[in-house]
Design a protein around this ligand. Structure first.
Ligand SMILES: [Zn+2]
Length: 137
């Protein structure tokens, strides 16, 4: 295989991976648009417990409706044992909650967000999980 052929195959593979990835990433805003809205902190806590049961997850997870950022975030709490889901301004919805709880319960947060595995597997998996949940409702 010559260098041109290798470069050609690499470009083709990059093109396919990029398009699949961009396609999947375009799904989350759609899921958000059609998901049940979360009206209050009490509503959020109830939905969180239901979602943890659905994912068969015993991890200590806290969740808040946040007005200081956009999108959904999840991470480990520094001060106490547990995890936090923070649903930003445009993400007060069940689809974003499912997505972030999936990151926590499937181990994404423990593995960290700064790895190739996150971009190739964990993020698409969380997005497809919330899409599947939406389609099953
Ligand atoms: Zn994500």
């Amino acid at each position: 295989m010559g260098i041109k052929e290798i470069a050609g195959n690499f470009l083709l593979a990059s093109y396919v991976v990029t398009n699949v990835y961009v396609g999947i990433m375009g799904i989350q805003p759609l899921v958000r648009k059609f998901s049940q809205k979360i009206e209050s902190q009490t509503h959020l806590v109830g939905l969180l417990e239901t979602e943890k049961e659905k994912q068969n997850c015993n991890k200590p997870v806290f969740a808040i409706l946040n007005h200081e950022h956009s999108g959904g975030l999840s991470g480990k709490l520094k001060t106490e044992k547990g995890y936090l889901v923070s649903l930003g301004l445009d993400a007060h919805d069940l689809g974003d909650l499912e997505h972030e709880v999936f990151h926590i319960c499937s181990g994404t947060v423990d593995r960290g967000y700064k790895s190739w595995r996150f971009y190739l597997f964990d993020e698409p998996a969380a997005t497809l999980y919330s899409l599947r949940s939406l389609l099953e409702r």
